[in-house]
Design a binder for this molecule. Structure first.
Ligand code: AMP
Length: 298
């Protein structure tokens, strides 16, 4: 596995390969890798000649300085895991390399409603920061396929929109969420949970499952209210649980049984914020719902 730190070196390395039409798969991460990240890398390995991964804890997408300062870093282990998963090139840029003219945004990405709801509402500015870093990464790497995790569903939609806005020739591939055996969605932030919090954390997924079951009986909204109370009783501070359209994230109050929808949730356990979601009728979620996006069974 090659390790490249300088954006210019990465461009130079890729120039011939891209000109020759080699299929490149790219997995952007913030490190502290776990099997969820590796699932993306393995998928990229199966579908591309060249697999690139980046580790960059992007300061501009954190709206909480404490969260940024305490973001876990496990670089040696990450390198070992990426090697084992078959990554060809690890891009490890510095903050200065990524943002030579400083952290202030150069442009505003018109994301519209997508950045006003759910994560956008509770983490103002977060998705502009995500677009800033992903735009820069895509400019440098210009991958044929970009591998993202369904765990961050709203981020998948935002990045798909960014790709359209900036006319990148990149296809988004969304990989399903990798879970612990008790259902907890894997996340780098899980390592911050105390033993007691770790025991409670899977209840977020349990709450989503309860809403999913109620949905088939047309009782989603009352199930959402009950799920919020259930989590609050277990010491969660719930930001939201929402039934929303898959393509726009607009809330759905009366599901017609066929529109692709998802149930999304975010909640704190003390200082650790957990997010998760379930896509309903996943088989309906195709390239049609999200242009230039493919999602198919692994
Ligand atoms: P992060 O390092 O948290 O920025 O995540 C990098 C990529 O890995 C994003 O596309 C995430 O959605 C994806 N990812 C994180 N956790 C999981 C998981 N449990 N299952 C699948 N993908 C994940």
């Amino acid at each position: 596995m090659m390790l490249i730190r300088e954006p210019a070196e990465m461009r130079q390395y890729l120039q011939e390969k891209l000109a020759a039409g080699i299929a490149t798969g790219f997995v952007p991460t913030m490190g502290a890798l776990h099997p969820g990240h590796l699932k993306l890398v393995s998928r990229a390995r199966k579908e591309n000649e060249l697999v690139l991964c980046s580790i960059f804890v992007n300061p501009t997408q954190f709206n909480n300085r404490q969260d940024y300062n305490h973001y876990p870093v496990t670089l040696e282990k990450d390198i070992y895991l990426l090697l084992s998963a078959g990554c060809d090139v690890l891009f490890l840029p510095t903050v200065e390399g990524m943002y030579p003219s400083g952290l202030a945004p150069i442009k505003h990405y018109p994301l519209g409603y997508l950045e006003e709801v759910l994560e956008g509402k509770y983490r103002p500015g977060h998705f502009q920061g995500v677009c800033q870093v992903v735009n820069r990464l895509l400019e440098i790497i210009r991958p044929k396929q970009l591998y993202l995790g369904q765990k961050d569903l709203q981020q998948c939609l935002v990045i798909t929109k960014l790709i359209q806005l900036e006319s990148f020739e990149t296809t988004v591939v969304i990989c399903t969420t990798q879970r612990e055996t008790d259902g907890l969605a894997m996340s780098s932030r899980n390592m911050r949970l105390s033993a007691e919090e770790r025991l409670k954390a899977p209840l977020l997924y349990q709450a989503l499952l309860k809403v999913t079951r109620a949905l088939s009986h047309g009782r989603a909204q009352s199930a959402i209210e009950a799920a919020i109370v259930f989590l609050q009783e277990q010491d969660f501070k719930v930001d939201y649980i929402s039934l929303a359209r898959m393509d726009t994230l607009e809330p759905v109050f009366d599901w017609d049984g066929s529109t692709p929808v998802a149930i999304l949730a975010a909640a704190f356990l003390n200082n650790t914020r957990l997010i998760d979601n379930i896509i309903i009728r996943e088989e309906d979620f195709s390239g049609e719902a999200l242009p230039r996006t493919v999602s198919y069974p692994e």
